[in-house]
Design a protein around this ligand. Structure first.
Ligand SMILES: [Zn+2]
Length: 215
């Protein structure tokens, strides 16, 4: 089964075609679906250590393909920046421990993200989801081993620069994966079927570096 939606908060019509995001308080794995598990920076509260313990329990499950979304949000984060970074460090450790890539939510925190990548010597791929930044920042992230995933809103120049072997597409909190593909297809003049093919190949490539058995 090919995955062509790398990050969503909704179960797809066809099981296994998307990586569905679950929070520690709401972990219920439906048969055949694929998941990421993490504590979103909007959801950090004083019991975050308990939440992390729950993630440790579920992280090794074979239907869990990635850790996250976790990260830094200087605009909407529920916790002080220092705590967000501490929780992010815990996710990085978990990702390295179970050998599963990390999906990242980052608003105005790219400098901190790059510093964490360097400081932790993380080896697993990271995917910065909902990327709206420009070409120069993408190059900087890419050099550091951080992929980007794009959804409904993206930088026009970036979409024309991004090579197809770097392309990841997501629906996030929308249910509009098909229309997002159509929009990117018309912007890039690449057919939807070819785009899906590239994205699922890229996801397969990312997962090859992890402990998830090949599919
Ligand atoms: Zn999300």
């Amino acid at each position: 089964m090919n995955i062509y939606d790398i990050h969503t908060h909704h179960h797809p019509g066809e099981a296994g075609t998307a990586i569905v995001q679950l929070t520690p308080d709401d972990i219920y794995l439906r048969p055949e679906h694929r998941y990421s598990v993490g504590l979103h920076p909007w959801d950090i509260t004083s019991d975050w250590r308990v939440q992390m313990a729950k993630l440790h329990v579920i992280a090794l499950h074979p239907q869990v393909l990635m850790i996250g979304e976790a990260g830094i949000d200087k605009v909407h984060g529920s916790a002080p920046l220092e705590l967000q970074i501490e929780v992010m460090r815990e996710h990085i450790q978990l990702s390295e421990l179970v050998r599963k890539p990390l999906i990242i939510h980052c608003v105005k925190g790219v400098d901190e993200l790059l510093a964490l990548r360097k400081e932790t010597h993380a080896t697993l791929p990271w995917i910065l989801h909902g990327y709206r930044g420009g070409v120069e920042q993408w190059r900087q992230l890419s050099r550091a081993g951080i992929w980007i995933s794009i959804g409904l809103h993206y930088n026009e120049q970036l979409i024309h620069t991004l090579p197809t072997d770097q392309l990841l597409i997501e629906s996030d909190d929308t249910t509009a994966i098909d229309s997002i593909y159509e929009q990117i297809a018309s912007a890039t003049s690449i057919e939807v079927s070819a785009l899906r093919h590239h994205v699922s190949d890229n996801i397969r490539h990312i997962l090859k570096q992890s402990s998830v058995p090949p599919f």
